[in-house]
Design a protein. Structure first.
Length: 251
């Protein structure tokens, strides 16, 4: 049983990509339950190591920001910052729109957009999305006692440590969660196209933006190995075709 924390299977339809959350062709949505499991495992490991409290979460391959946004809705009280970056400027723009949904103003704007589309086209999908937006808005209200949440997104190659440091502007990351490219819909776009190990390069780039107590959770396919001399493996589990490895810095 790979699920230790996300054992229940609630209805995630309010978080469907293309409903309230913005989507675009070629921007696949990461499974909400798996994202929740990865985050909760990292939080439990941090707590066991004395790092209790809300975390700064960073995704260096954020795409449209779906993974970060759903974690923001699912685990708002356990987060104090959500930061994403991607090499694709169009993806970064879309991620900014999705992360904005975690604020009342951003979600209200999206609700108005959906209501306008519903009035114009009268589709059931718009009515369903409007109901989802209203439920998500009620959830935001119920989370008002949580610590303030900041969000940010920037353009950067995940393999370029200098670019990551510049984008993060000194923010120390507690948890990195990344669904790295490995399928038909996403591919590495590194500057050095001849790099034999882009995943290893990303782990190398992350070394300079994490602390000694930080954790890096990476979802890959079975053909990729998330290993690097600067890290040691803490946990590993598999769900379907995805392998998840949680790493911590050595030393």
């Amino acid at each position: 049983m790979p699920y230790v924390f996300a054992q229940e299977r609630p209805d995630y339809s309010d978080l469907a990509s293309g409903g309230v959350l913005y989507s675009a062709a070629g921007r696949p949505a990461f499974p909400v339950r798996l994202a929740s499991e990865m985050f909760q495992r990292c939080q439990a490991l941090r707590a066991a190591n004395g790092q209790a409290g809300a975390s700064v979460l960073y995704d260096p391959c954020c795409g449209a920001g779906y993974l970060l946004t759903v974690l923001g809705f699912r685990h708002r009280p356990a987060l104090r910052a959500l930061i994403g970056s991607d090499v694709d400027t169009a993806a970064v723009a879309l991620a900014g729109q999705n992360l904005a949904l975690l604020s009342g103003a951003g979600l209200d704007r999206r609700t108005s957009e959906i209501a306008a589309m519903g009035a114009q086209f009268g589709k059931d999908s718009h009515r369903e999305a409007l109901a989802s937006a209203q439920r998500l808005r009620a959830q935001l209200v119920s989370d008002t006692g949580a610590p303030p949440l900041t969000t940010a997104v920037f353009q950067a190659d995940a393999l370029d440590g200098q670019a990551l440091r510049a984008g993060l502007q000194g923010t120390l990351v507690d948890i990195v969660i990344a669904d790295v490219p490995y399928g038909q819909h996403a591919h590495w776009q590194q500057a050095d196209s001849g790099a034999p190990d882009p995943l290893g390069q990303m782990l190398e780039a992350l070394v300079s933006v994490i602390g000694p107590a930080s954790l890096v959770a990476v979802a890959t396919d079975k053909g990729q190995k998330a290993t690097h001399v600067a890290y040691q493996r803490v946990e590993q589990f598999q769900v379907g075709k995805r392998r998840v490895v949680i790493l911590k810095p050595v030393g």
